[in-house]
Ligand binder design. Structure first.
Ligand code: NAD
Ligand code: UGA
Length: 467
């Protein structure tokens, strides 16, 4: 009997990234009866998954991988062999914003997606259930089915939509205890059967009432809408933070008062330097493009506003720095405390840090960047100006001799820094810009810092009314 036939099902995931890796690791951990293989065209990524050095930083991930790897979880660069063997194929390749042609800067670039569809069609020797895990525009499943059915096995592919809702930094708890699992399928006998196969996988650890089934289009659209709603809350509170700064209101107090309304809830109301991450902007622009495509221009403009406010917020942060530091940053030494788009990840995709760093270098500031997990990615993001930036893992060394520090990522270790020690090494007047509102501003101001936060009055030693 072969090793493969010892397993109840063979699952393949194409794309070993931030979604494919953790998602499959959890399926393998929770379902030892299935063989789970993750493949990628990037052999370096696969080598990292097979090594002792994870390709991504995600709390708790490595313990899950260690439990299942080699038992029923495998990482491989042989995509075609993986396709031939599996009965269920999750597709979790990247779907970035298009950078060329029609829909440039807005629509999803589906080239990786389509290549995968064609590859599945060309290699498959038996029926398969194809699961869209990537975030895709509405009706992509239909396009995929058209590509798949242009081959010999025409009626033997079922396409399901099963969008992923995990957030980086909390991926493992999001996967092991999800708010919901969403599965969209065709309402045909074959579609319903495929859906049940996928429901059966999740039922190994997710309670039945949390597994939602819908039609394919609702499922695809729900993913875009969930991200749009989450990002909209951040842009809403960030827009209000600008008003707070003008009116001496405190955005944290406003958020608390608003969030205590049960109908609104307290989450996702932290004003910040702006949201980042590979998906919010991409998915909203994708939604905007879809609305435009269907002639819904007012709806498109409404959602576009969420991205516009986010860009405004990043821009406002740099303007505050420039204005506070007497309208010139040239030759001033500034430290960016944190570069990841949020805490507990090394991911820097669309991080506000990228915009802030570039703007500060344009102003001819001397930049130092520190981050506990993201310095490797920061160096890649800023490769063209990296010779003008110092990358320093130690936050104390990074702030030594600086005129200002700007906190961009809410790493808890930054809230715990010894700021007396930091201040003693900084040039005076010393400025702190808290882009996440995690520091004790009153205490820092009393210590001697000039403190600027988001949506709160500035605390400076220049204004007699406040000193
Ligand atoms: P990623 O870039 O980290 O990973 C995608 C992987 O797919 C890469 O390693 C790439 O080499 C591989 N790939 C591309 N084309 C391939 C092909 N033809 N064959 C084999 N491998 C191929 O991206 P990600 O962050 O994992 O996101 C994947 C999808 O999941 C996106 O659609 C994204 O919107 C969605 N999503 C992401 C998150 C997140 O937190 N990152 C959360 C939910 C949903
Ligand atoms: C987000 C969603 O939360 C996930 O549900 C979704 O699956 C994922 O996008 C995706 O589709 O990629 P993620 O981007 O990993 O997850 O992280 P979030 O916690 O949503 O944070 C996104 C950005 O918003 C970060 O820059 C974060 O710092 C910022 N944010 C978040 C705020 O500025 N304020 C808040 O109150 C919350």
């Amino acid at each position: 009997m072969s090793v493969n036939s010892d397993f109840e099902k063979r699952i393949l995931c194409i794309g070993a990234g931030y979604v494919g890796g953790p998602t499959m690791a959890v399926i393998a951990q929770r379902c030892p009866q299935y063989k789970v293989t993750v493949v990628d065209i990037n052999p370096d990524r696969i080598n990292r998954w097979n090594s002792d050095i994870p390709p991504i930083y995600e709390p708790g991930l490595w313990e899950v991988v260690a439990e299942a790897r080699g038992r029923n979880l495998f990482f491989s660069a042989d995509v075609e062999a993986g396709i031939r063997e599996a009965e269920i194929i999750f597709v979790s390749v990247n779907t970035p914003t298009k950078t060329y042609g029609a829909g440039k800067g807005m629509a999803a670039d589906l080239q990786y997606w389509e290549k995968t569809a064609r590859q599945i069609r060309d290699c498959a020797e038996s029926p398969k259930i194809i699961v869209e895990k990537s975030t895709l525009p509405v009706k992509t499943a239909q396009a995929m089915k058209r590509i798949l059915t242009a081959g010999e096995l025409a009626d033997r592919f079922e396409v399901l939509s099963n969008p992923e809702f995990l957030a980086e930094g909390t991926a493992i708890s999001d996967l092991t205890d999800p708010d919901r699992v969403l599965i969209g399928s065709d309402e045909t006998p074959a579609g319903r059967q495929a859906r049940q196969t996928l429901v059966d996988i999740y039922a190994n650890w997710v309670p039945a009432e949390k597994i939602l089934t819908t039609n394919i289009w609702s499922s695809e659209l729900s993913k875009l809408v969930a991200n749009a709603f989450l990002a909209q809350r951040i842009s809403s509170i960030n827009a209000i933070s600008a008003l707070c700064e003008k009116t001496d209101a405190d955005v944290a107090e406003v958020a608390r008062a608003v969030g205590m309304d049960n109908r609104l809830g307290p989450k996702f109301l932290n004003a910040s330097v702006g949201f980042g991450g590979s998906c919010f902007q991409k998915d909203i622009l994708n939604l905007v493009y879809l609305c435009q495509y269907y002639g819904l221009h007012e709806v498109a403009d409404y959602w576009k506003g969420v991205v516009d406010i986010n860009n405004y917020q990043k821009d406002r942060f740099v303007t505050t720095m420039l204005t506070a530091m007497f309208n010139t940053l040239a030759g001033k030494k500034i430290c960016l405390l944190g570069f990841a788009f949020k805490a507990d990840t090394g991911d820097t995709r669309e991080s506000p840090g990228i915009v802030v760093a570039r703007r500060l270098v344009e102003e001819r500031a001397e930049l130092v960047i520190t981050d506990p997990q993201a310095l490797e990615n920061a160096q890649k993001d800023l490769a063209d100006i990296a010779d003008q930036i110092r990358f320093e893992p130690n936050p104390y060394a990074a702030m030594e001799g600086c005129d200002a520090a700007a906190l961009l990522t809410e790493w808890q270790e930054y809230a715990a820094l010894d700021f007396e020690r930091v201040l003693s090494g900084m040039t005076r007047p010393a400025f702190l810009f808290d882009g996440r509102n995690i520091l004790d501003h009153q205490r820092l101001w009393k210590m001697g810092f000039n403190v600027f936060s988001i949506g709160r009055p500035a605390l400076t030693h220049f204004d007699p009314a406040r000193s």
